[in-house]
Design a protein around this ligand. Structure first.
Ligand SMILES: [Zn+2]
Length: 175
């Protein structure tokens, strides 16, 4: 689950930085019944402002009033929603950096003593992480041990456990 907003990966025009932090503020411009809206982000190094397009020349009537209210009110939840929206990310050619912005909740340590556990992993946001890392952290093992258990067929899943995942999956672990 997220613990804070992820950083936005984008090259700064003013310095060499490639990370921006969402400011939590929006800018809305209305012109002849057309609306533009941007999410403002600040370079983590020099503070330069970048505008991420949220709405581009949209007819006022075609926009949900609720969304306009949230944009005008700098709704804090809206920033998180928009950053997680793949359409917004594609339109602005940005990716997210989730380093240090999420945590794993295992629901307690009881599972650590069991010989066989069936685990379902639920993502509350689509955060790309290595399942090997999640399994290691959640089961109190090193990543090398998890890799070995996978090779030995003692960690079994319907999904590929190498690489990264950002959606729910299940696995079974036999010690
Ligand atoms: Zn900069």
């Amino acid at each position: 689950m997220p613990t804070c907003l992820p950083l936005v990966r984008r090259r700064c025009n003013a310095c060499a930085s490639e990370r921006f932090r969402a400011s939590g503020k929006f800018r809305v411009n209305a012109h002849h019944k057309l609306i533009d809206a941007w999410l403002l982000a600040l370079c983590t190094t020099c503070g330069e402002t970048a505008k991420l397009t949220v709405l581009e020349r949209m007819k006022v009537r075609s926009i949900r009033p609720e969304l306009l209210d949230r944009l005008h009110g700098n709704d804090p939840g809206l920033t998180a929603e928009l950053l997680q929206d793949p359409v917004v990310r594609r339109r602005n050619h940005v990716a997210l950096d989730w380093t240090g912005a999420w945590r794993l909740d295992t629901g307690g340590p009881e599972h650590l003593d069991r010989e066989v556990i069936d685990v379902s992993v639920r993502f509350t946001a689509r955060i790309p992480v290595r399942p090997v890392r999640l399994i290691a952290e959640g089961c109190g093992l090193s990543r090398a041990e998890v890799e070995r258990l996978i090779t030995e067929g003692k960690v079994v899943s319907a999904v590929r456990l190498s690489g990264r995942l950002s959606g729910d999956f299940t696995f079974m672990l036999k010690r």
